[in-house]
Ligand binder design. Structure first.
Ligand code: ZN
Ligand code: FE
Ligand code: FE
Ligand code: ZN
Length: 265
């Protein structure tokens, strides 16, 4: 199999992943993957913001562990990145993070709607208190702002609100299109994230419909397993590639020093 880069993987520094970067790299080599990228959950200005991200004080350790994985696996290209939470008002903080290390790319992800991390299984009961359409609508508003912010090369798991299989009873096409137009205009890629297949929704993030609309709007794509364990590296990439090809994609993107390069799929 001709693998695209797997650009979404985590490390134990986020407190909910297992395996050192060098173990993820070893798995990638075993599968025949040529390029991967680490995208740990980025720190917030305060370490007690929530319990599922890297502490600010661990950033150097993170970078060193990724460098070590690269040293251990010279045949593999390993990119240094972050999965950054986009929240309106956080722009300056994100710019500060951008200046700390020679990152290859930032994945802009939305997990929070207001102060609720909508994908947190511990907060599943919150979903009962909200109209799913309102959550999806606010989510895609935030995602559109992330695409417009100029802070990210990639937008992560674009329809994360479907994680638990809770869907709005109204059509969301206009929400999707507003986001995709912003992504196209600002030249931001959209990630095909296979972790959705491992959740209740049992579907790649984002849905085939959004991937098809993305192609129509000229949005570039990347691939990510969102691995939280070495065994998840490259998982279900065959399905993701098939989905991308089925709507007409012929290329994916790679990033070096935050510059994009098109690669044949
Ligand atoms: Zn995570
Ligand atoms: Fe995420
Ligand atoms: Fe992730
Ligand atoms: Zn993620």
């Amino acid at each position: 199999m001709d693998w695209p880069a797997d650009y979404h993987m985590h490390t134990p520094l986020c407190h909910h992943a297992t395996g050192q970067p060098t173990e993820y790299a070893a798995r990638a080599v075993a599968l025949g993957i040529k390029e991967i990228g680490f995208s740990e959950h980025s720190p917030m200005p305060s370490d007690d913001f929530d319990e599922w991200r890297m502490y600010y004080s661990k950033m150097d350790e993170y970078v060193a562990s990724v460098r070590q994985a690269q040293k251990d696996h010279p045949q593999l290209t390993i990119k240094l990145a972050l999965e950054v939470d986009f929240m309106p008002g956080q722009e300056e903080w994100i710019q500060k993070l951008a200046g700390l290390h020679p990152w290859d790319y930032f994945i802009g992800s939305v997990h929070y709607v207001g102060n609720w991390d909508i994908d947190n299984p511990k907060k599943l009961s919150e979903w009962k208190k909200h109209d799913p359409y309102e959550v999806w609508s606010m989510y895609f508003d935030c995602l559109t702002q992330a695409a417009e912010s100029g802070l990210f090369e990639i937008i992560g798991h674009a329809d994360l609100p479907k994680k638990f299989g809770i869907y709005p009873d109204r059509d969301c096409t206009s929400l999707f299109e507003r986001f995709l137009k912003a992504a196209a205009k600002h030249n931001v890629a959209m990630e095909l994230n296979t972790a959705g297949l491992r959740k209740d929704c049992k579907e790649i993030y984002p849905s085939p419909k959004i991937v098809q609309l993305a192609k129509q709007h000229g949005v570039a794509i990347t691939f990510g397993s969102d691995s939280h364990a070495p065994g998840e590296v490259g998982m279900n990439f065959k399905e993701a590639i098939e989905l991308a090809r089925s709507v007409g994609y012929t290329h994916t993107r790679r990033f070096t020093n935050r510059k994009a390069e098109a690669v044949a799929l």
